[in-house]
Unconditional design. Structure first.
Length: 96
């Protein structure tokens, strides 16, 4: 199954058309493809794109926390406030 979108389907998609998009290809079992094809009202590219986005964000946040955790273990911070302040500055977040 190729996740590339044709120009017609791209125009009808709810994605912001001002963003460029890369194409990826995945292999799935034939039985799964048949089930997906029977549900033609579902935009599978959008479903998979959203799942990938969520997983990437989850892993990105996990990576950030692991880096800060390492710095805590190395004794760089004395209080939780220092940790939160550094985390907010480093990653442009508001935790409070």
């Amino acid at each position: 199954m190729n996740l590339a979108m044709t120009s017609d389907s791209f125009k009808n998609n709810t994605c912001n058309t001002n963003i460029t998009m890369a194409t990826i290809s995945i292999r799935i079992p034939d039985e799964l493809k048949k089930k997906m094809d029977s549900l033609d009202e579902i935009n599978w590219s959008s479903v998979i794109r959203n799942m990938l986005e969520e997983k990437a964000e989850e892993e990105f946040i996990r990576d950030r926390f692991q880096k800060v955790e390492k710095e805590i273990k190395e004794g760089r911070f004395k209080t939780m406030e220092e940790v939160m302040s550094e985390f907010e500055k480093k990653y442009n977040l508001k935790l409070k």
